[in-house]
Design a protein around this ligand. Structure first.
Ligand code: SAM
Length: 385
């Protein structure tokens, strides 16, 4: 793309985002069912585990939120996807009761799970409550996964659960999510072959971010060279085209890497089209964002969710929500906007990482080649005259 078109593209994207922020139409609601979890992942962004959570939201409190949305006169429940997460959502005994109610009200829903509790009975309940999509976390080959998540002997059960769900035509998306880190980066090809042999249709790859427990286990984070290897891997697999392999929603890798690894441009929609109800009832943006008291927008125990969504959330709906002098001066600011909200360091007012920086040298060479081509063409034209 030449410079003129690139500038036009940046301006169009910027205007598009501005409009999204203005409209702030809710289309995705995370419900963090619990912080309890049957795994002890080294990277857990929410530091979940064996907690006894006294303030966990009750099913009646969740019903109230869903009813508020239906009665708002603004939102059609059929157009709001409920993303069920945790902790491990399947440890909650009343989960399917809650989702049966959500289903009756018309909400589509999907779940992110570690897959350890999926069996025939659970799949039956998923089908009964019309689950649309499921994302199962697999963080490497058997040994790596089980060590990383501290759950010996769980791997086969998880794979069996995936097979069971794939047999159900009413479950439209069965996806595996892998959090790439130092311990599994060398296993990506073998894991790909394994998922391919199981006919898994979607593989979502993300990187471990320095949040929650991963902040203390920072030796598992990828360095720049490893991130580049992962990106190259995703691109190769997209060319092979045997499975839908894509990078998750976080992080801007520079123009036009986003198209190559996720088939759409980078936009962090949280607080704009995406909200969450945390397991203590707090009304928030993505559950991965640091839960600073000043960022919490309300609590379902005392507030009407829709009113909070419509009237508050202002700090997340300005174009400068994640911004500092350095970012603003960057030539790709209009496309990146400070990167993902969950990796913005609000205390230091800077991004925890700038993923575009890893590709700086590649982009410099690309630019140099473009300039050389331009000079050659100009010389040719001059000669022809
Ligand atoms: C918080 S878990 C909750 C659902 C479920 N227990 C599971 O393991 O999938 C949701 C997703 O977040 C990912 N995750 C957790 N910590 C992360 C981190 N530090 N960086 C990036 N992703 C992370 C998990 O691997 C998982 O795919």
């Amino acid at each position: 793309m030449n410079d003129k078109y690139l500038e036009e593209y940046k301006n169009q994207m910027y205007e598009y985002k501005k409009q999204l922020y203005k409209d702030h139409h809710l289309n995705s609601l995370f419900i963090e069912m619990t912080l309890r979890c049957n795994a002890r992942c080294e990277h857990c962004g929410s530091s979940c585990g064996d907690v006894i959570q006294k303030d966990e939201i009750t099913k009646e409190e969740i019903y109230k939120v869903l009813e508020d949305i239906c009665n708002s006169g603004i939102y059609d429940p059929r157009k709001i996807m409920l993303n069920i997460t945790g902790g491990e959502p399947l440890v909650r005994k009343d989960m399917f009761e809650i989702l049966a109610y959500a289903d009756r009200l018309g909400f589509p829903w999907g779940i992110t799970t570690n897959g350890m509790l999926i069996d025939e009975e659970v799949v039956k309940n998923m089908v009964k409550t019309h689950m649309y999509s499921v994302s199962v976390s697999i963080d490497g080959l058997k040994e790596t996964h089980e060590n990383f998540r501290k759950v010996p002997g769980s791997y086969e059960k998880i794979l069996k659960g995936i097979e069971l769900m794939m047999k159900e035509p009413s479950i439209k998306v069965v996806q595996v999510t892998t959090c790439v880190n130092k311990k599994n980066i060398n296993e990506l090809e073998e894991l790909y072959q394994l998922l391919l042999s199981k006919k898994v249709p979607y593989w979502r790859i993300v990187t471990v971010d320095p949040i929650g427990r991963a902040k203390d286990n920072d030796d598992i984070l990828l360095n720049g060279e490893e991130i580049k290897r992962m990106v190259r891997f995703i691109r190769e697999k997209q060319i092979e085209n045997k499975m839908v392999v894509s990078y998750g929603c976080g992080h801007y890798f520079g123009f036009n890497m986003d198209y190559d690894i996720r088939n759409h441009p980078f936009i962090c929609y949280t607080g704009v089209n995406v909200a969450s109800i945390l397991s203590n009832g707090d009304i928030f943006v993505c559950p991965d964002v640091k839960r600073l008291p000043e960022l919490i927008q309300g609590n379902i125990r005392k507030d009407n969710f829709v009113e909070v969504w419509e009237k508050k959330f202002k700090i997340f709906r300005t174009m400068n929500r994640t911004c500092n002098k350095k970012c603003k001066a960057c030539s790709e600011w209009k496309l990146c906007g400070g990167d993902a909200l969950h990796t913005w360091d609000f205390e230091e007012n800077k991004p925890l990482m700038c993923s575009k920086e890893y590709f700086k040298e590649d982009y410099r060479i690309q630019k140099e080649l473009q300039n050389r081509k331009k000079r050659q063409e100009a010389r040719k034209k001059k000669k022809a005259k």
